[in-house]
Design a binder for this molecule. Sequence first.
Ligand SMILES: CC(C)(COP(=O)(O)OP(=O)(O)OC[C@H]1O[C@@H](n2cnc3c(N)ncnc32)[C@H](O)[C@@H]1OP(=O)(O)O)[C@@H](O)C(=O)NCCC(=O)NCCS
Length: 138
Amino acid sequence: MVIRIGNEEEKEFILSKYPYTAQVMHQGGTLMIAVDGETITGFLWSFRREIPAPVGRTEEFINVIEVFDAERRCRGIGSLLVKKCIETARENECYQVRAYCDISNLPSHMLWVKNGFTLSPGKTEDGRIAGSYVAYKL
Ligand SMILES: CC(C)(COP(=O)(O)OP(=O)(O)OC[C@H]1O[C@@H](n2cnc3c(N)ncnc32)[C@H](O)[C@@H]1OP(=O)(O)O)[C@@H](O)C(=O)NCCC(=O)NCCS
């Protein structure tokens, strides 16, 4: 398994094979892919931005991470992608790496816990907890 930055061609391939990824993978940003032989087994797409708080620092925000084939999940591929993203964000002198996951997504929550992220479940106006922001301080 190789984890590396994906190119435009690989991005187009993912968008065409998995059209729903267009909702979470936009222009720019960084595509990280997991490759097994010739097969792209998973990807992470993140973008760098100013932290939306008055601290003058940047963060890498992971918009999506997915291991495509359910049978390949729970074998550490997601963690390899997260670790590579952390490494790249550190090289780029970001302050933190963040992501958001729906409260119903147990595998995603467990992925962040496994990789040392903090969990901040957030309440909506009606008092419901819709999801958690997760953060890793570099
Ligand atoms: C979230 C996701 C990327 C994780 O990838 P992965 O390759 O399975 O991740 P890892 O194997 O590195 O780690 C997952 C951890 O969660 C745990 N886990 C997964 N499902 C679980 C469940 N239902 N209950 C308890 N733990 C669970 C695994 O056991 C593993 O921990 P462990 O190694 O300590 O046992 C993958 O589940 C996925 O693609 N899900 C669909 C897309 C998605 O929801 N993405 C996140 C939102 S953008």
